[in-house]
Design a protein around this ligand. Structure first.
Ligand code: C5P
Length: 298
């Protein structure tokens, strides 16, 4: 009988309601201002006490070696806290499409930190974990806060915003992912910087007081991706044509979401989009307030 302790963590996906690139930095990253929004789409990880670190995943095509952010998060946490005599066995159930700009790998990394903090009895608070999260990936700290939040720097500096209530979404993922690095490499030559960071901050406070206002929606990575993958532009246009209040690519793509005012319009749109974009993964989802969190312990 297996008496090892285990926990389960739930790891949400995100969309970016707003993403502006301010400049390319000397370290190669891009300085940006974004609004992250957690959505009701989840990966789940069962984490069992074990002598070594190992990862298993139910989805084909997801690497389970050290390139996976789950193992990278576990190794980073162990190094930072001086743990050498403990491991964990991770069983990852994947629902968030990879390469979709929805932060699935980053959310899994945040969930790993939450789980191991508990299982290894580290007693770290969220801000402690966020410092470690930032060294794993730019999007990782957001998933410790969840809900709605401004991200600045390379996306790792998080300022939570009030949650403005549930918003109905359709989320579309084409049958391919897009490599984040490739998109950022292409965008630099196009940077026009129409606003400075001061006016951007003002825009955020004036136009985006809470979670419900998608009015300032813009994504500076969209044009580059839409030129390379025109089906994404076609999907965005189809969402708007079928009644979405607005539609936008998330992060560096490839997923595109539409915001709907009511359930009837969303259902009608989904039916029509399914016949037009048969190879896409299309789902109903909604904005949520939660972060990566522990679900249960055995
Ligand atoms: O931080 P993370 O490892 O998730 O970033 C993946 C890649 O995306 C980076 O290596 C970089 O090429 C690009 N990136 C960037 N500027 C950011 C975030 C990511 O150029 N703010």
């Amino acid at each position: 009988m297996n008496r090892n302790r285990s926990v389960r963590v739930c790891c949400p996906a995100k969309i970016n309601k707003f993403l502006r690139i301010l400049k390319k930095r000397d370290d190669g990253y891009h300085e940006l201002l974004t609004i992250y929004q957690a959505i009701d789409l989840w990966d789940e990880i069962r984490v069992e006490e074990a002598p070594d670190l190992s990862l298993f995943c139910d989805a084909p095509g997801i690497p389970t070696d050290d390139s996976n952010l789950v193992l990278r998060a576990a190794r980073t946490l162990a190094e930072r806290t001086g743990i050498t005599d403990r491991g964990a066995r991770f069983l990852l159930t994947k629902n968030i499409p990879a390469g979709g700009g929805m932060g699935g790998g980053s959310s899994d990394a945040a969930g790993t930190l939450v789980a191991l903090n508990h299982l290894w009895g580290l007693g770290m608070d969220r801000d402690d974990l966020a410092g470690i999260a930032a060294s794993i990936g730019s999007d990782v700290p957001f998933f410790l806060y969840g809900g709605t939040a401004v991200g600045s720097g390379r996306g790792e500096i998080i300022d939570p915003l009030p949650f403005g209530g549930e918003v109905l979404l359709i989320l579309g993922s084409p049958p391919f992912g897009i490599d984040t690095r490739e998109v950022y490499d292409k965008v630099v030559s196009r940077l026009t910087l129409p606003m400075n960071s001061v006016s951007l901050s003002r825009l955020l406070t004036v136009k985006v007081p809470g979670g419900k206002d998608f009015g300032a929606a813009v994504n500076d990575l969209e044009a580059v991706v839409f030129d390379g993958w025109p089906q994404l532009r076609a999907f965005r246009d189809a969402l708007v044509g079928r009644g979405a209040r607005m539609a936008l690519m998330s992060g560096s793509g490839s997923s595109v979401f539409g915001v709907f005012n009511d359930e009837q319009t969303r259902s009608d749109a989904l039916r029509e989009l399914r016949s037009q974009f048969g190879s896409w993964g299309l789902m109903r989802t909604r904005t949520i307030q939660e972060a990566a969190h522990l679900k249960s312990e055995t």
